[in-house]
Design a binder for this molecule. Structure first.
Ligand code: MN
Length: 264
């Protein structure tokens, strides 16, 4: 059980993301974090790592670039960034809370298994720290409504860290793609489902060889009630508790029974 964060105002907060250290969403997250505490540190990937999932760089060395007193870029993944932040940069005074994001675009349904934003929160959780991933839904029609996350995140985070979380649990917050003043509340949701209706493009390079580009995955199932997808589609902020342990509990009994040798 992770103890509730009683003194958030004195907490050290580590920020990371998967859109890269220069992303607007990270600046938004820094504004959010600064309303909670003055002790805010940023350690984030040098380049965009969306879709990096929980990958760890093992086959080449990592470099840390200090951008300012409390801002660092790592030439690796979100997981590398959080790991180096906790084990090296902040080792003498580790953070009390890890926030990842604010991702440009939702992390809904199966997105969580691809997402580097989620992975940064997973890594914080593995290190025993309360960790929250934040994402702002957007579309290609206009600018991303960062003000929605900025307005609604501070109070929500305050409430979320005031309760005790079970071990290995982390939180996934998605802000709907509506103006800040149009948000219809907060709902605790389950992970929804996005059917993998893949959008794959095949083209040819100047030498005539084919190449492929994986596009956005569409065909959602927003009708499933109480899911992250259904909440944001109704203009509601979604909070989903996720678990590092991916075991499916009831399937254990089914498999044990199926694999029990039958006596003859
Ligand atoms: Mn991203």
């Amino acid at each position: 059980m992770a103890a509730a964060l009683r003194e958030l105002a004195r907490a050290r907060i580590l920020l990371s993301n998967d859109d890269g250290v220069h992303a607007t969403g990270l600046k938004t997250l820094e504004k959010i974090a600064r309303t909670l505490s003055d002790d805010v540190w940023v350690v984030a990937p040098e380049a965009e790592q969306s879709g990096a999932s929980h990958s760890l760089t093992l086959r080449h060395p990592l470099r840390i670039r200090r951008l300012s007193d409390r801002h660092f870029a790592v030439d690796g993944t979100p997981t590398d960034s959080v790991l180096l932040a906790i084990r090296h940069i902040l080792k003498d005074h580790p953070p009390d809370l890890v926030l990842s994001g604010v991702n440009r675009g939702g992390n809904l349904g199966e997105d969580v298994t691809y997402s580097g934003t989620i992975a940064a929160a997973m890594e914080g959780t593995l290190m025993g720290l309360p960790s929250i991933a934040l994402s702002q839904l957007t579309d290609d029609a206009g600018p991303t409504k960062w003000a929605t996350a900025e307005r609604h995140a501070p109070e929500l985070i305050r409430q979320l860290v005031s309760v005790e979380w079970p071990r290995n649990v982390y939180l996934n917050i998605n802000f709907p793609n509506v103006p800040a003043g149009s948000v219809k509340g907060v709902e605790v949701t389950t992970q929804g489902r996005r059917k993998l209706g893949d959008h794959l493009i095949e083209r040819h390079d100047p030498r005539g060889r084919p190449y492929y580009w994986i596009g956005p995955l569409r065909d959602e199932e927003p009708s499933l009630p109480n899911t992250d997808l259904s909440a944001v589609n109704q203009g509601i902020v979604s909070v989903t508790p996720l678990h590092l342990d991916l075991t499916h509990a009831s399937m254990i009994a089914t498999l044990r029974e199926a694999l029990t040798p039958t006596s003859e």
